[in-house]
Design a binder for this molecule. Structure first.
Ligand SMILES: C[S@@+](CC[C@H](N)C(=O)[O-])C[C@H]1O[C@@H](n2cnc3c(N)ncnc32)[C@H](O)[C@@H]1O
Length: 202
């Protein structure tokens, strides 16, 4: 993890402790390597991934979020449905990629209605940005897919531009959206945009 040169030592210690906890926790809840995983970043209450995992019992699905109450509700859904191929975990997306056990790769990644960070000075917090997409690509199988959906038109346009110019990704305009199940934010959105990008083969 790269820290800002001015980062306070207690902040660095706090993040390092979190990373080391995540490194310990993940091998116990994920399939043993080598294995491929479907990841949903910012899974919220887990509506999408619970249905997805139910429809794809042969795939192992991991949903992450940073909010406990959302993960608790998602986990209850998983337990009620008795889904053994689904796990929800508290993790921040950048930190997850850093702590994912070696040998585990991602075949598909869903990012559905991410926080749009509309103010310009906050755009650096958006997940669809070059460094995050490079870190994501490094954990993906060649040809693996990134599915991005948002109701924020400006974030969508900016994300599409970043992906179009990124050496690790190519936009697949003809690729179908693989599975429909409305998320909480999707139900509230009057309209939204979707994009599929494939991990470059080179
Ligand atoms: C706008 S909500 C969308 C939730 C859900 N995908 C939906 O469509 O209903 C964004 C979610 O992403 C989570 N989140 C925000 N930043 C994150 C990050 N860096 N890593 C993981 N989850 C994050 C938030 O806690 C929140 O639950």
């Amino acid at each position: 993890m790269q820290f800002h040169p001015g980062a306070k030592p207690e902040f660095v210690r706090h993040v390092e402790a979190r990373l080391s906890r995540l490194r310990e926790e993940l091998p116990a809840v994920l399939p043993s390597s080598p294995a491929a995983i479907t990841l949903e970043i910012g899974c919220g209450h887990g509506h999408f991934l619970a249905r997805y995992a139910e429809a794809h019992p042969e795939r192992f699905c991991l949903g992450i979020d940073i909010l406990n109450d959302r993960l608790e509700r998602a986990t209850k859904k998983r337990d009620r449905a008795g889904l053994k191929n689904l796990h929800f975990h508290k993790a921040e997306a950048v930190e997850l990629l850093e702590c994912l056990p070696a040998g585990l790769t991602l075949t598909e990644v869903f990012l559905l209605f991410p926080d749009p960070w509309p103010k310009k000075r906050h755009h650096k917090n958006r997940l669809v940005r070059p460094d995050f997409l490079a870190a994501l690509a490094a954990r993906m199988v060649p040809g693996g897919c990134f599915y991005f959906r948002t109701d924020h038109a400006e974030y969508f346009a900016a994300g599409r531009e970043v992906l179009a110019g990124h050496p690790d990704w190519r936009i697949e305009p003809a690729a179908p959206w693989p599975f429909e199940e409305a998320t909480v934010f999707q139900l509230k959105a009057p309209a939204y945009h979707s994009l599929v990008a494939g991990r470059s083969l080179a």
